[in-house]
Design a protein around this ligand. Structure first.
Ligand code: BG6
Length: 473
């Protein structure tokens, strides 16, 4: 299999397959993978970690999780981190992204510190740096400490943004010497959409006013963290990770085009514009104002958002967002949902990942790059997630090893588009695959496997899959 990036400083050429392994990092391009604390670490009785939303929800409604698989064990990284980190080099990483669990450091969200948790991350990050790997650390991957939900309504309460800033500041001071790039939030629109519009994540409210508050307070928290980060050290670099797929309209009919524009406002620009440009898109503000949904804000906060934009962007890309104008007028008595503005469009003849059901559209990556270049000052960015989930991956096992050539093809095809984008001026500085070792996923448990390394759930044994073995040789 022949693919990879290599070559000189400014250009990146497709050369032989080395996947993440034999690529030249001399040009500084980062190669590696992303994961998160809540999806890998697991808990031990004596580890001192507090509950987050997921720990709590799993306890009260385990039936809502795929095959009853919850966040309690995940991939036992908390116990196996040393052997896992050895695999980073074996799989050719030059960069690695994970997240700190807020509830491991501050079990109650604020106040008393769990020293065991603080020491754990210190040891892990030190080891990663010893290996010469570029470290990206995310501060929040959907995992609010439950105490803040119980005592203060979570992100509906502005105080949560300030509690988050305290936590973030603590992390910058404690680990700033080890972390190369910080991230405030991963895909902050997801908890808004799934937790407050659709009954998919805890606290599963269906309440547009609450959703808007949560989104605004999350943005405020992100800007507060950027501020704290630069106060701790002006040289520290901090960004936000967003899912930036363009919204593609079904047709050029004005109603479809409008639907796509609004979808993009909600799904991408709601965080992209304030994070990079320092202000909200006027059309989004108007839509909210007309429906009396504007959150409580004051000019001081808007100035803070304006003055504390990110240093770089992380972009997650799996599949495109295709939309059409809604077919039906909304029932005035039903709660306000995205469907009142646009509905998903399933394009006939789309290319599909049959093992996950998601569309594959590599060109989306090029379009994202062009959008960042043309509308967001060509800010530096890293592809922080891209990957192929496969259900029932054991059926591809041959001679004891998962032969995931389909994953190599998926990566290769996306890298071609990224390469084209970079040639056309995209300011992309790295590619991180989702994910390193098969990990637990929110509602899907271990159904869809994404890893370079296979995890045996019974024995917790780690086994390199096919391309990872290729990287080794
Ligand atoms: C990303 C999230 O959007 O999708 C990850 O940041 C998640 O946390 C990944 O695991 C894959 O999702 P799924 O549902 O296919 O496991």
């Amino acid at each position: 299999m022949c693919l990879g990036f290599g070559g000189g400083c400014a250009t990146i050429e497709l050369v032989e397959w080395g996947g993440l392994g034999h690529v030249s990092s001399s040009n500084g391009f980062l190669w590696g993978s992303s994961t998160s604390g809540p999806q890998t670490e697991g808990r031990l009785a004596q580890d001192g970690k507090g509950d987050n939303l997921w720990d709590y929800w799993y306890r009260i409604e385990p039936n809502r999780f795929y095959q009853g698989q919850g966040p309690d064990k995940t991939s036992t990284f908390y116990e196996h981190w040393e052997e896992d980190l050895d695999l980073l080099l074996e799989t050719g990483h030059t960069a690695f992204r994970t997240s700190i669990q807020w509830s491991r450091i501050f079990p109650e969200g604020r106040g008393e510190i769990n020293q065991a948790g603080v020491d754990f991350y210190r040891r892990v990050f030190e080891k990663i740096k010893e290996k010469g790997i570029h470290l990206l650390v995310n501060l929040y991957h959907f995992d609010l400490p439950m105490a803040l939900q119980e005592q203060g309504d979570g992100w509906e309460n502005k105080e949560t943004a300030y509690a988050y800033q305290e936590y973030a500041r603590f992390c910058f001071k404690t680990y700033g010497d080890l972390v190369d790039q910080w991230i405030t939030f991963n895909e902050p629109i997801v908890p808004v959409e799934f937790g407050y519009f659709y009954d998919a994540h805890f606290p599963h409210k269906v309440d547009a006013a609450a959703a808007v508050k949560v989104a605004y307070h999350t943005q405020l928290a992100s800007s507060l963290a950027v501020k704290a980060c630069h106060e701790v050290d002006p040289n520290y670099r901090i960004g936000i990770v967003l899912n930036l797929t363009p919204a593609y309209p079904r047709s050029q009919h004005p109603a479809d085009v409008k639907a796509a524009r609004i979808a993009e406002l909600f799904q991408a620009k709601s965080f992209l514009d304030p994070s990079v440009l320092g202000h909200y898109p006027e059309e989004l503000v108007e839509i909210l104002r007309e429906r009396d949904l504007l959150p409580d804000y004051d000019p001081f906060e808007l100035r803070l958002i304006e003055e504390n934009t990110v240093d770089y962007l992380g972009v997650n890309y799996y599949q495109p967002l295709r939309v059409a104008a809604p077919r039906y007028a909304p029932n005035p008595a039903s709660p306000l949902l995205f469907e009142q503005f646009y509905e998903p469009y399933v394009m006939p003849g789309r290319k599909i990942n049959p093992h996950r059901g998601w569309e594959i559209y590599e060109q989306g990556l090029y379009d994202i790059a062009q959008n960042i270049k043309e509308n967001y000052g060509n800010i530096e960015w890293i592809l922080t997630e891209n990957g192929m989930g496969v259900e029932g991956e054991e059926k591809f096992r041959k001679d004891g090893v998962i032969q995931d050539d389909y994953r190599i093809d998926f990566v290769k095809d996306h890298l071609r588009e990224l390469h084209r984008a970079i040639q056309d001026g995209a300011n992309c500085k790295g590619y991180l695959i989702w994910t390193f070792i098969d990990c637990w996923s929110w509602l899907n448990g271990y159904k869809n496997r994404y890893g370079l390394v296979e995890l045996d759930l019974e024995s917790q044994k780690r086994t390199l899959k096919n391309p990872a073995i290729g990287l080794k040789n």
